[in-house]
Design a protein around this ligand. Structure first.
Ligand SMILES: C[S@@+](CC[C@H](N)C(=O)[O-])C[C@H]1O[C@@H](n2cnc3c(N)ncnc32)[C@H](O)[C@@H]1O
Length: 211
């Protein structure tokens, strides 16, 4: 795809996202992941790491409440789902979603998550968190892996058979991280959404059914 066609595609995806009320085109990445892996099936407690500006939170709310409609005879109550988002940047609020402006690598955030979900009860953890890219692919990849490693502690709060989605950059240490996930999940898949930039080395790892 030429640079111009790629830019045109990105522009039109951005406009489409805005038109549908989503804050970013990344919303479509999560929809693609859902379509392929059905990670939101019977999912009510969700943790979103690196949430700003909030489109994954919007999508999570939509898909979690659809579950409630489907599985609870249309009875909808906000206590049936709990969604927590975190980012170092602030976001404008979303009804029924709890957001904490904080660095999620800090140990005190783990305690906040634990008390929010009242123990290891999370159905789904999603992380679209990215480091600020420097342009140096090698150091960016190392820093992204470091960030990914810091998300692994939250898997202690994911319930048995819970699912996990994480953005990673392909390169050094990718295999090692993938192998760590393979130890923790019954199945691990790598997925590159069509919405991702073609030249980007980002890939999403999907951990299915925690062991
Ligand atoms: C690609 S954006 C997420 C987009 C989001 N999924 C959406 O759909 O709106 C990546 C985010 O990760 C956040 N981030 C990176 N490191 C973080 C950290 N240690 N703690 C909290 N947020 C972090 C960045 O501030 C940035 O907003």
């Amino acid at each position: 795809m030429s640079k111009r066609t790629e830019e045109h595609k990105q522009d039109s995806q951005y406009r489409q996202a805005k038109k549908q009320g989503y804050r970013a085109r990344s919303a479509f990445k999560l929809f693609e992941i859902q379509k392929r892996f059905n990670i939101f099936k019977r999912t009510y407690y969700i943790l979103d790491l690196g949430s700003a500006p909030g489109s994954w939170l919007q999508v999570s709310k939509k898909l979690a409440t659809e579950n409630i409609d489907k599985y609870k005879d249309g009875f909808y109550h906000r206590d049936h789902f709990r969604i927590l988002g975190v980012d170092i940047k602030k976001i404008s609020s979303i009804d029924d979603i709890h957001f904490i402006k904080m660095d999620f690598t800090l140990p005190e955030f783990f305690d906040q998550v634990k008390s929010f979900f009242n123990g290891p009860k999370i159905d789904l953890i999603i992380s679209d968190a990215s480091i600020k890219k420097s342009g140096n692919k090698f150091s960016d990849q190392i820093n992204q892996i470091r960030l990914c490693n810091s998300t692994l502690r939250f898997l202690d709060l994911l319930k048995y058979k819970g699912n996990f989605v994480i953005k990673i950059f392909e390169g050094e240490d990718y295999k090692h991280f993938l192998n760590q996930l393979k130890k923790k999940f019954q199945n691990v898949k790598a997925f590159k959404p069509q919405t991702s930039y073609k030249k980007s080395n980002e890939v999403y790892l999907i951990g299915l059914r925690k062991k």
